[in-house]
Design a protein around this ligand. Structure first.
Ligand SMILES: O=C1C[C@@H](C(=O)O)NC(=O)N1
Length: 441
C-alpha cells in the first residue's frame, strides 16, 4: 500500500472542501478541492465528508492490566479508532493501579504496540487509589510515559489536604489533577443513582448532585490557593456548571491557576428517567457514576459545553464483563461504553440542535482535550506540516447502534437500538488509516 494518501474533497471543519495529501506522517499539502494531483497516492474520496483533527479522549478505562476479560489495550484502542479517536487517556484504576513509573510505562508501551491510537496513561493521585499517600507523581512524569494527568477516577480524592499536596506537586511540571468529584459522606457508600423523584419511587439509595458540587467548589479554591490546575471529570449537574462559571471568571482574572471540565456523551443525552419502570426499570446498563441526572441538569451541561464553561467531551468509556454488570441494580458495576458512539451522540445533541458547529466539535473533542492533556502532536489544525491525525465524519449518515457489532470486548452499551446522527467514515493516525469506510483498516 502506498504510504501517501490523497484525501479528496473533505470539508475542513465543516467549511470549504479541500484536498489533503498525507505523507510521512504529516499533512504534506492542503489544496483546493480537485487541486492536488494523485500521482502515486492512494485516493480516499471524501466528497460530502467533514474532516476534523483526530479526536482525543481525556477519560477512557482500558482495563488492562487486570481485567482483560472486559477490555484490553488493543480492543479499547480498536473501539477508539472506530470512534474517530487518535489519542486516549487511560485511567489508572486498573489492577495493579497505575501508580508507579513502571506501571505507566507498561500501559504506554502496550498502547504503542497496539498502534491504533496514542494511549497516554493517567497516573493515580494516591498510592493504590487509597486516598491517603501521594503516588509517585514526579517519577511517573519523568518516565518514558511522560504522565501529565493524574486521577483517582472511580474514587474521589476526598481528603482536602491530600488534594492540596497533589495540586502543589503537579504544578512543578505543569501537570493537572483530574478529580472525580463525589463527596463520599454525602453520596454515601451504597448510592447507585441520582437522588430524586425516581430513586424515591424505585427505593434505590440516591447520590445527590450536591455531593459533586461541594467537591468542585472546594477544589477550585484549592487550585486558586496553590496556583495549580484542576480538571473536573464528568461534570453532571447544573450546580457544578454554576461553580465552574464563577471559578473560570476568577481564574481568568488572576491568570495564575486554572480549572477545566469535561462532560460525557451520556450526561449530554440520557436522564435518570431511564431507570423507571416505564423504561423497563432497574436496568443496570444505565448505572453509571456519576449517575444520570434529570433533564434540568442535562440542559445545563449542554449549554455549558456550548458556551465554553465546560471545555471538553470525554467518554468515560467503562467496559464491564457480563458477570459484573448483569446483577440486581444495587450490586451491578458502574459504567457504560462510550468510545464508538461519542461523536454520533455529540452530533445528535450539539450539532443537530445548532449548539455547536463542526469547528466547535473539533474544539471540544480534539484541540482542547489535547491541550489539557499536554499532547503536542494531537488536536492540531488541519494545515500543511501538522501531524496527519484526522477523522472523516459523514454528517448525513446515521448510526443505529447494535451492541453486538461493537469492537469492544464488553456489551454494556446504553445506546443499543438508538439511531444517532453522523458516523465516522475514516480515521488516520500519523497518516496511516486505522479505519476506512467505517471499519478497522
Ligand atoms: O468513575 C467511574 C469509574 C468507571 C469504571 O468503571 O471504572 N465507571 C463509572 O461509571 N464511573
Amino acid at each position: 500500500m502506498s504510504d501517501r494518501i490523497l484525501v479528496k474533497g473533505a470539508r475542513l471543519l465543516g467549511g470549504a472542501a479541500a484536498d489533503l495529501l498525507l505523507a510521512d506522517g504529516v499533512i504534506a499539502e492542503v489544496g483546493t478541492s480537485g487541486g492536488l494531483s494523485d500521482a502515486g497516492a492512494r485516493v480516499v474520496d471524501a466528497d460530502g465528508l467533514v474532516a476534523l483533527p483526530g479526536l482525543v479522549d481525556l477519560h477512557t478505562h482500558l482495563r488492562e492490566p487486570g481485567r482483560e476479560d472486559a477490555e484490553t489495550i488493543r480492543t479499547g484502542s480498536q473501539a477508539a479508532a472506530v470512534g474517530g479517536f487518535t489519542a486516549v487517556l487511560a485511567m489508572a484504576n486498573t489492577s495493579p493501579v497505575t501508580d508507579t513509573a513502571e506501571a505507566a510505562e507498561r500501559v504506554h508501551d502496550l498502547g504503542r504496540a497496539a498502534g491504533l491510537v496514542d494511549v497516554q496513561p493517567v497516573g493515580a493521585v494516591t498510592r493504590g487509589l487509597g486516598g491517603e499517600e501521594l503516588a509517585e507523581l514526579g517519577l511517573m512524569h519523568r518516565s518514558r510515559a511522560r504522565v501529565r494527568v493524574f486521577s483517582d477516577d472511580g474514587r474521589c480524592v476526598a481528603d482536602a489536604r491530600v488534594m492540596r499536596r497533589a495540586l502543589e506537586y503537579v504544578k512543578a511540571f505543569g501537570g493537572v489533577v483530574s478529580q472525580h468529584a463525589q463527596d463520599p459522606a454525602l453520596a454515601g457508600p451504597t448510592a447507585c443513582c441520582h437522588e430524586g423523584e425516581v430513586s424515591g419511587r424505585l427505593g434505590l439509595p440516591g447520590w445527590p448532585g450536591v455531593a459533586e458540587e461541594v467537591v468542585v467548589a472546594r477544589d477550585v479554591m484549592l487550585a486558586r490557593h496553590t496556583g495549580s490546575r484542576v480538571h473536573v471529570a464528568h461534570a453532571s449537574t447544573a450546580g457544578t456548571v454554576e461553580v465552574l462559571r464563577w471559578a473560570k471568571a476568577q481564574a481568568a482574572r488572576d491568570g495564575s491557576w486554572s480549572v477545566t471540565a469535561e462532560v460525557t456523551p451520556h450526561h449530554l443525552l440520557l436522564t435518570t428517567d431511564l431507570l423507571g419502570s416505564e423504561n423497563g426499570g432497574y436496568d443496570p446498563t444505565f448505572k453509571v457514576n456519576p449517575p444520570l441526572r434529570p433533564q434540568e441538569d442535562v440542559d445545563a451541561v449542554r449549554a455549558a459545553l456550548a458556551d465554553g464553561t465546560i471545555d471538553a467531551v470525554a467518554t468515560d468509556h467503562a467496559p464491564h464483563a457480563r458477570h459484573d454488570k448483569e446483577h440486581a441494580f444495587v450490586d451491578a458495576a458502574f459504567g457504560m461504553l462510550g468510545l464508538e458512539t461519542a461523536l454520533p451522540v455529540v452530533a445528535t445533541v450539539m450539532v443537530e440542535s445548532g449548539l455547536l458547529d463542526w469547528a466547535g466539535v473539533a474544539r471540544v473533542m480534539s484541540s482542547t482535550p489535547a491541550a489539557i492533556a499536554g499532547l503536542e502532536g494531537q488536536g492540531r489544525p488541519l494545515e500543511a506540516g501538522q501531524p496527519a491525525n484526522l477523522v472523516l465524519v459523514d454528517p448525513a449518515a446515521t448510526l443505529t447502534v447494535d451492541r453486538d457489532r461493537s469492537v469492544s470486548l464488553s456489551r454494556n452499551n446504553p445506546w443499543h437500538g438508538r439511531t444517532l446522527g453522523a458516523t465516522v467514515a475514516a480515521t488516520f493516525l500519523r497518516g496511516v488509516p486505522t479505519v476506512l469506510d467505517g471499519v478497522l483498516a
